[in-house]
Design a protein around this ligand. Structure first.
Ligand code: HPA
Ligand code: ZN
Length: 332
């Protein structure tokens, strides 16, 4: 099974670029930029990655991002992630980034997007990995701030395909961002939102009906509501599930309790993703292996998860068809 997973062609749809900042690169950039980190060394930093919920992770995630200052920093971050993608046979990836985390520190939006975009272009040419960017706004900030961010970003519209909603979920319902999503929709952007990670099934309904998203990020709390599970199965609105993230942030106590396979069997378009791989213990292959070990799927179920990700992606139909063929031909 491990060999089958390693070679399987993959598509990733839920990965926060700032969450791919490995401690080694964090220390290197801190030194390069004269930023002081509140940890004496890499080992001590890694030991701090012991989370009890989403917020305890987000506090470190925002702190870590402070070493990112120059265009080259964003290039190096994105390039390092793409090299991991190549190792894991990820053929296509749709990457989240959080501009507000950087513009609030005085880093211009242009610096962020140009650094990332240059790496993605090199990734297409040198690694043959296709990629899209999804601009996420932080739900612990106001809708007005989200709209301001989008308005600034529209000058660079050719660089991103859609918008998303992330950060602290509970107490910050999707409904608060309906106006922002209306604006993004009017701009022809794709729409996704984090919902049902720590928040209730009702937040997933809000993301579907009020924000009209075409994917739900996480969504694992949908099982609280059988009508919602039916709606997701009937509509095939995908869930971008992140197994190692769910374990590290205590969304599940044990991987054996994860509902990913149950949702797959109920006909939902579930996919496997890494979320914040530098913080949660692994990239795509590791997430597949963790699920395989805990839930004992067969190879065809693993293949289906990869086919679902192609279906759930924002790729044009011609590129989807090619990837589907490649995944179906794959023998392991
Ligand atoms: N949930 C919400 N916000 C995030 C996450 C997540 O898993 N990762 C990075 N920002
Ligand atoms: Zn996420």
């Amino acid at each position: 099974m491990d060999r089958f997973i390693e070679g399987l062609p993959k598509v990733e749809l839920h990965m926060h670029l700032e969450g791919s900042l490995e401690p080694e690169l964090m220390f290197r950039l801190a030194e390069r930029n004269g930023v002081t980190l509140p940890y004496p060394d890499i080992e001590t930093l890694r030991q701090a990655y012991d989370f009890h919920n989403l917020q305890s992770f987000l506090d470190l995630y925002y702190q870590g991002a402070q070493v990112l200052l120059t265009e080259q920093d964003f290039y190096d971050l994105a390039w390092a992630y793409l090299e991991r993608c190549a190792e894991d046979n990820v053929r296509h990836t749709e990457i989240f980034f959080d501009p507000q985390t950087h513009t609030s520190r005085g880093v211009p939006f242009k610096t962020v997007i140009q650094g990332i975009s240059r790496a993605l272009k090199d990734g297409e040419q040198k690694l043959k990995i296709s990629s899209y960017l999804i601009l996420c706004v932080l739900r612990h900030l106001s809708e007005a701030e989200a709209i301001k961010t989008l308005e600034e970003a529209l000058a660079y519209k050719e660089h991103f395909i859609g918008v998303g909603l992330d950060s602290s979920e509970v107490g910050n319902p999707p409904a608060n961002f309906a106006g922002f999503f209306d604006l993004a929709r009017q701009q022809g952007l794709k729409l996704v939102a984090h919902a049902g990670e720590e928040g209730p099934a009702d937040y997933i309904w809000q993301a579907l009906d009020l924000l009209q998203v075409s994917r739900i990020d996480h969504g694992v709390n949908c099982t609280e509501d059988p009508k919602l599970v039916q709606r997701l199965a009937d509509s095939r609105v995908p869930l971008t599930v992140c197994p190692l993230s769910n374990l590290k942030l205590k969304v599940v106590d044990e991987m054996e309790q994860h509902n990913l396979l149950k949702l797959l069997h109920s006909g939902l378009c579930v996919t496997v993703n890494s979320d914040d791989p530098a913080y949660f213990g692994g990239y795509m292959t590791q997430n597949f292996k963790a699920i395989a070990e805990a839930l004992n799927p067969d190879c065809e179920e693993i293949r289906q998860l990869s086919l679902n990700a192609v279906e759930a992606s924002f790729l044009p139909d011609s590129a989807k068809r090619e990837l589907v063929q490649e995944i179906l031909r794959y023998q392991g």
